[in-house]
Design a protein around this ligand. Structure first.
Ligand code: HEC
Length: 256
């Protein structure tokens, strides 16, 4: 009888185990792409140009301390929401008029009502209809607030570590890797996740750390992609090519 006990690895699994792993990999793969898209659409537009750059990271976390959030949004992701002249009037109100309340009543409110309110009337925490609400955005932009950073940090740490845990668990069953290389690929996403989130906080203090946000994010995306694609390949393509393996993925057997 053929001994199947030592085929607890990706190519050797039953179709049901492969179906379970593949379903998870598909959903996580789509989720990662959606996350990438969302990053592009929010942080990616922070400097007004599409695509992630160091400037985007600095604007998002450190802020644009030479100006207000209202100005950077009007030059960035909100640039198409008002005419050049209207934007000039708003920015002039912020810079020269120090967000004066009477000027707001006469000239600024009508522009906001016409161009912005259809979206910003009921966007929670982003309402712009009242003077106080708009004036808050006219203050110097200090980037992400500490409470917001704390919130997003813990959601990321808990949520993403869950994803990496299962992605890593599936990849544990991959065969044919040097054990140190494999262990490195498995630990790397966790390390880069910590680097990424630490760098958010450091960038808030000093814009010089923005690079680490990008390196961290790219590092764990790349490691996750390697694990997901390798796992799919070993489950579905390797058996087709009659490549089976007796590798025991649970125990490192010392080579004599
Ligand atoms: C079509 C809907 C829409 C319109 C019109 C619109 N906005 Fe926005 N605005 C958004 C969305 C969605 C966000 C959040 C995403 C982002 O920051 O780009 C946002 C974010 C902002 C923010 C940042 C809020 C924050 O707390 O991060 C400011 C400031 C802003 N808009 C100003 C304006 C101004 C001024 C106008 C009018 C000239 C305007 N918006 C018109 C949809 C809109």
């Amino acid at each position: 009888m053929k001994d199947s006990s030592n085929k607890l690895n990706l190519p050797g699994f039953s179709v049901s185990v492969k179906a379970l792993f593949t379903g998870y990999i598909m959903v996580v793969g789509i989720g990662l792409m959606m996350a990438g898209l969302q990053v592009m659409l929010t942080h990616g537009m922070a400097d007004g140009k599409f695509g992630i750059s160091v400037d985007d990271i600095v604007y998002s976390y450190y802020g644009n301390r030479s100006g207000s959030k209202l100005e950077s949004k009007l030059n960035g992701s909100m640039a198409d929401k008002a005419s050049a002249e209207e934007k000039f009037i708003i920015i002039d109100w912020v810079q020269e008029g120090s967000a004066d309340k009477e000027v707001w009543q006469e000239t600024i409110k009508p522009i906001i009502d016409k161009n912005c309110i259809m979206c910003h009337a009921h966007m929670h925490g982003m309402e712009l209809g009242e003077y106080e609400q708009l004036a808050a955005y006219a203050e110097v932009d200090e980037g992400a607030s500490v409470s917001n950073l704390a919130k997003v940090s813990h959601i990321h740490l808990f949520g993403i570590s869950f994803i990496f845990f299962f992605v890593g668990l599936i990849f544990v069953f991959a065969v044919g890797f040097n054990r140190w290389i494999k262990a490195t690929i498995i630990i790397v996403p966790f390390v880069f996740l910590i680097i990424d989130i630490t760098a958010w906080w450091l960038t808030k203090i000093n814009p010089g750390f923005a690079w680490f946000v990008i390196i961290g994010g790219m590092g764990y995306s790349l490691a996750a992609a390697i694990m997901l694609l390798t796992s799919l390949y070993q489950m579905w393509i390797m058996p087709l090519r009659n490549k089976e393996s007796n590798e025991n993925v649970f125990i490192d057997i010392p080579k004599n």
